[in-house]
Write a protein that binds this ligand. Structure first.
Ligand code: LLP
Length: 490
């Protein structure tokens, strides 16, 4: 069989369109003897029957394992160069109380970037001392709550925040540890919206402004200066951007050390993961080794001690752990003529879309897909997985090959949806956000229930309370208006 001319260059015609490449699928995803996709011993047909579709399915041991691997790798590599490391899980990728517990049990810290994320971490019982607080426009109330809660560190993002955090610390009689976020000016190789350290963007302050800002921080007895921070962007595959940022920050660090100690250096997150067969991610142990090498050699060159290095991976910890399970609905073979040639693209529409995964629409992100309820020997066909929303850009998977007999009612699974899918989900077209189910050791359980129609109506004050079952106190507190049997989770 030949390549469909509509396929992108990286997408090769597969020998087997049922295969689950380990680079993209979670560690406990496998085909059962009958060909069905299963995760940690639970078949997708059972998950769909119990919880409905769409459904986010998290391989719990995979997520926990990557968190442990991140911590162990950075601990080991920075111990090798005579220092230490702190790994923060970037909660913006995917945060619930359960996930917060998994990562803290793995020894990670957590970074939050809003009052809402902070509330989730605190509700999970995470020690506030293990939380960092980010954000380019933290409100006074958020700063106050962070300081009052005893947060481990607040990352100052602009000059005005120095005074704001110092005031809050004085009010609460605390000495608040802070970092200073810098815009290193490094251009990371990623989508424009995911790059955060070019000059022309909103985060951090420039390296030129840093000495005065650090002096201001040091002048406040209520603030303790933990160190500099840089995050150059997200979904980055090449280490050269991190290397350059580390060099620039350490050069500045050497200069600032004359004014006082700087125990830590935070190099942010952004480590890329594979979403398709066309991508290969750097393994976390390799990333850690590279970071330790560059930081220690730069420190040696500058004649300064190696600081404790903090990193903040989100996607690399949670992204590969999860797949989204959909049911296929309508299918259309669309003839597409390009120049002289014409080819067929099979449009398969599913029961979710840009409301549960906005990344393809927002960043042109690529994903891959498999038929999940069965395998098939049918010749592979080039497919595009579309959602059910009312716009043509509502795409879940731009291009992949599926067995050509894919049919309405098949379950489809899209891997690597753990990061920035649930956390960026919306209610567009009044679709309820899907449930999140964690699967481990042959058992599945809901960790975040799905939204019901009552939830969708619950904030519309024009709906008479009697009819909107969700418009009562229990619903406002986040308690389901429906019973808690499994199927209700969807
Ligand atoms: N630290 C800071 C300060 C960040 O802003 C971020 C991500 C991270 C760490 C974690 O980055 P990660 O390791 O997960 O790449 N919505 C986009 C990604 C936005 C990332 C925002 N900041 C996406 O779906 O690709």
């Amino acid at each position: 069989m030949t390549q469909n001319p509509l396929a992108p260059g990286w997408l090769l015609h597969p020998d087997d369109a049922n295969e689950l490449p380990s680079t993209v699928w979670s560690r406990n995803a496998a085909r059962t003897a009958s060909g069905e996709l299963s995760v940690a011993g639970v078949a997708v047909s059972e998950l769909a029957a119990r919880f409905g579709t769409p459904l986010y399915v998290v391989d719990e041991a995979d997520a926990r394992g990557r968190a442990v691997e991140a911590r162990e790798s950075f601990d080991r590599e920075f111990a090798r160069v005579g220092s230490g490391a702190k790994v923060y899980y970037a909660g913006k990728a995917f945060l619930s109380t359960e996930i917060a517990r998994w990562v803290t049990e793995a020894g990670l810290y957590i970074d939050v970037c809003s009052g809402g994320e902070l509330a989730v971490a605190l509700a999970a019982g995470v020690d506030p001392g293990r939380l960092g607080f980010h954000g380019n426009n933290k409100s006074l109330a958020e700063i106050d709550r962070a300081v009052a809660s005893g947060l481990g560190v607040i990352v100052i993002d602009s000059l005005i925040e120095i005074e704001r955090v110092a005031d809050a610390a004085a009010r609460h009689s605390r000495v608040q540890p802070v970092r200073l976020r810098l815009n290193s000016g490094v251009h990371a190789h990623t989508h424009e919206y995911l790059a955060t350290a070019r000059e022309d963007q909103k985060f951090g302050i420039t390296i030129a402004d840093a000495p005065a800002a650090v002096a201001a921080i040091r002048s406040h007895p209520q603030l303790s200066f933990l160190g500099l921070h840089s995050h150059i962007g997200s979904q980055i595959f090449e280490s050269d951007g991190f290397v350059e940022a580390a060099k620039r920050l350490l050069t500045l660090q050497a200069e600032l050390l004359t004014g006082g100690p700087i125990p830590e250096l935070n190099l942010g997150g952004g480590f890329g993961i594979a979403y398709t067969s066309g991508e290969t991610a750097m393994a976390l142990p390799e990333v850690a080794a590279r970071f330790a090498d560059i930081v220690s050699s730069e420190c040696a060159r500058l004649g300064i001690p190696v600081p404790v290095v903090a990193v903040e991976p989100g996607r690399a910890v949670i992204g590969p752990s999860t797949f989204t399970l959909y049911e296929a609905g309508t299918i259309k073979d669309v003839d597409v003529t390009t120049g002289e040639s014409s080819a067929v693209r099979k449009y398969v529409s599913v029961d979710g879309g840009m409301s549960d995964n906005v990344r393809p629409a927002l960043y042109s992100a690529d994903y891959s897909v498999r038929i999940a309820n069965r395998t098939s020997d049918a010749d592979p066909a080039l497919v595009r997985i579309a959602g059910k929303h009312c716009e043509s850009g509502d795409i879940v998977v731009h291009a992949d090959y599926l067995p050509g007999d894919v049919a309405a009612g098949d379950l489809l699974a899209v891997p690597a949806t753990g990061a920035y899918c649930w956390s960026m989900a919306s209610n567009y077209n009044y679709l309820g956000r899907p449930a999140v189910v964690a699967v481990a050791d042959g058992a599945a359980r809901v960790i975040v229930r799905g939204e019901t129609e009552a939830d969708l109506l619950s904030r519309d004050v024009g709906v008479p309370a009697a009819r909107a079952t969700g418009h009562d106190k229990s619903s406002a507190a986040g308690v389901s208006a429906r019973s808690t049997t499994d199927r209700e989770a969807s």
